[in-house]
Design a protein around this ligand. Structure first.
Ligand code: SF4
Ligand code: SF4
Length: 400
């Protein structure tokens, strides 16, 4: 009897299904120059070609163009990718690695007989259920019945602040896990946006999840269903502000993923909240006594720097309220990568070690990161890390 692969099907069946569904031109656009290698976190920590963008593209070609079987080494190469897209801006040929990896993951997800993520991620689209489960998890954490650090979990609050809408000038996208586990960050972002003069609308349960985690896991149908619900819940024409870089990146790419005029128009309304605040610089309130004393190192989330390419706006806003220093690691990933830290804990920790060295070299008091996954991952290594707008919220002189 032949052993089954980790997809749950035998090698013969695996070999009989070779096409990955990647756009042929996209796949051919890599010229194997290797200029992306130093920007790839998994190549930096392993030194292995199979863990580099070039090696992954070569493996995709072998499967798609030359009928190579999807075997364990192929799966290891694909599943070890953080999907940080650090290779994209580094590539002189403009290879769209992210969409090639998404197509590959979608095909692998179709072949998987059993995938806990297919069921686990469904919870994310149901706000009430996610909040109930999060409350239960918070209790279990207090009883020390769950190894939170080993599982990469933050300390989940027992009670959540209630957010109230204050107008209709902008939407604030609140999402799933961040709303259930880190709602105080939304509260800070909301106060800062309001201090800049805008009334904030909050979406109902229809916009419970942007679909980012499902998309990265290759669960395209689920991601597209969540996208359709989110678009319906955030109707109108006002800007949609996002304080999670990972969610913002996906919301900005709905147009690309769904290919409809409605999705394109929706994506054009999406802004990272720092982009919007930087454009309202004249309206931003002044700094209170507690600002400027603190030195903050900015860790750019990959989905803000490499995908949205909007990371400068964080420094533009934060530098009005604190002394800002930049890390000297050219924006390398921290290893969080959505669910990556849970799926690939050893690689995620090795990648994070490089980030910790850069943070130590910076001499900063605290670290700012505009993505919930990064803050959780870095905090689990003992870093004092906060969302930039939590720092701004604390530094603002609201009475001044
Ligand atoms: S992805 Fe781009 S940078 Fe990397 S090897 Fe291919 S062409 Fe060169
Ligand atoms: S997406 Fe990130 S981890 Fe994956 S190949 Fe590109 S740089 Fe490497």
């Amino acid at each position: 009897m032949t052993a089954k692969t980790s997809l749950g099907i035998g090698p013969e069946e695996m070999a009989s299904r070779s096409a990955l569904g990647i756009d042929t031109e996209e796949l051919a656009s890599c010229v194997s120059c290797g200029l992306c290698l130093p920007h790839c976190p998994t190549f930096r920590v392993t030194g292995e070609e199979w863990a580099s963008p070039r090696g992954r593209i070569s493996a995709m070609r072998q499967v798609q163009d030359h009928g190579m079987a999807v075997d364990e080494s192929f799966l290891a190469s694909m599943d070890s990718c953080v999907q940080c897209r650090g290779c994209e801006p580094a590539c002189p040929s403009g290879v769209p690695f992210g969409s090639m990896m998404e197509a590959t993951q979608a095909e692998l997800a179709r072949r998987r007989r059993v995938d806990w993520r297919r069921w686990g991620f469904r919870v994310l689209g149901h706000r009430w259920l996610l909040n109930q489960l999060s409350r239960s998890l918070a209790v279990v954490q207090r009883l020390r019945l769950v190894p939170s650090k080993r599982l990469g979990l933050p300390k989940i609050p027992l009670v959540q602040e209630r957010l109230r809408a204050t107008g209709n000038d902008v939407w604030l996208f609140t999402g799933c896990v961040m709303d259930a586990w880190q709602r105080s960050t939304h509260a800070s972002a909301k106060r800062v946006v309001e201090a800049a003069g805008a009334g904030v609308a909050l979406p109902g349960p229809g916009a419970a999840c942007c679909g980012a985690l499902s998309l990265h896991a290759g669960l395209e149908d689920h991601a597209h269903a969540l996208a359709a619900r989110t678009m319906k819940a955030l109707e109108g024409s006002v800007p949609i502000l996002v304080d999670s870089a990972g969610c913002g990146a996906v919301l900005k790419e709905y147009g690309k993923h769904l290919g409809t005029p409605e999705a394109v128009a929706f994506s054009e309304r999406v802004m990272d909240v720092h982009e919007w605040l930087a454009a309202q610089a004249d309206q931003l309130p002044s700094v209170g006594e507690r600002g400027q004393d603190v030195t903050v190192a900015i860790h750019d989330p990959c989905h803000l720097r490499h995908v949205q390419r909007a990371h400068q706006s964080v420094a533009d806003v934060l530098s009005r309220y604190a002394t800002v220093v930049t890390l000297d690691d050219e924006g390398l990933c921290c290893g969080a990568g959505g669910a990556y830290a849970a799926m690939q804990p050893e690689l995620a920790a090795s990648i994070r070690d490089r980030k910790l060295e850069a943070i130590n070299r910076s001499g900063a008091d605290i670290v700012a990161s505009a993505n919930p996954g990064c803050t959780i991952h870095l905090a689990n290594a003992g870093v004092d890390v906060r969302h930039p707008l939590e720092i701004v919220d604390e530094a603002i002189d609201y009475d001044g």
